[in-house]
Design a protein around this ligand. Sequence first.
Ligand SMILES: C[S@@+](CC[C@H](N)C(=O)[O-])C[C@H]1O[C@@H](n2cnc3c(N)ncnc32)[C@H](O)[C@@H]1O
Length: 292
Amino acid sequence: MAFCDFLICPLCAAPLVREGASLFCTGARKHCYDIASSGYVNLLPPGKGKNARTGDDAGMIAARTAFLTGGYYDVISDAVAEIAATNIPKREGRIALLDAGSGEGYHTCRIARGIASATGRHIDALGVDASKKGAAAGAKLAARTAADGADISFAAGNIFSLPVKDHSLDVMLSLFAPIPAAEAMRTLKDDGILVVTASAARHLWEMRCLLYDEVREGNAEAATPEGFVLKEKREVRALVHIPDNGTLMHLFTMTPFYYRTPESGRARLASTESLDVSVMADLYVFTKRKDF
Ligand SMILES: C[S@@+](CC[C@H](N)C(=O)[O-])C[C@H]1O[C@@H](n2cnc3c(N)ncnc32)[C@H](O)[C@@H]1O
């Protein structure tokens, strides 16, 4: 597994280089980060272990893996790859991409490969998530599905304090995750793009109607992060057939509704055999404001 050359030491910010099964920093202290057998590297700063607890737990990661590998959300990652590929600054050479809050890496891998094939350029992609289990799952998936044109690696890390060089990224992705605006500003090149994917107001509407007696629409518009300007917005709207209750439960488990659904709603979901659900996401491409 290759590790991209935009990584820096989370302790002293010196560049990281790979030697065997470890990444060493080129600073005076030569800090060392071992690559786990699953292929990910833990770059959560020592002593800041509480970061790890912000990551999704094993149950959520497993549910998301089971659901996403069924292809039910591919319509989203296909659209993200397409909008990113058309907005990436046009130049020769490799594309540097970071997926901030990459979960178990399914979208990271699909989007990175989609961009590589659409642009014909090699891509170095890194998924960063606070969850070590998520990063491990991503690394295993990237190894299983390795293909020419894309080097995809995963690190456990804090997206609000990224172990990444200043002005080194062409693309930062944020899918259904907190948006690290200040870190995007620091790590993106001047003409780099921040691609945000957020749930639209009626995302998963039919499932929400089962879960709650009274359903309210979610937030309609993502705020433009400070220092950025909106370049393009695209809507993904699809009706997706969920064929069985097991898959429906996986979808439920990977959403925030899992934590705030009354017993009556859970019971209705448990007795539902199949469901057509609206998959509705809004994609935003932001670029840096020239005057910021
Ligand atoms: C809803 S999940 C989305 C995962 C993935 N992007 C997807 O669309 O399938 C949000 C992810 O953000 C991660 N996350 C939240 N806060 C984080 C932080 N401070 N640093 C790194 N990851 C974080 C969580 O661990 C979780 O995997």
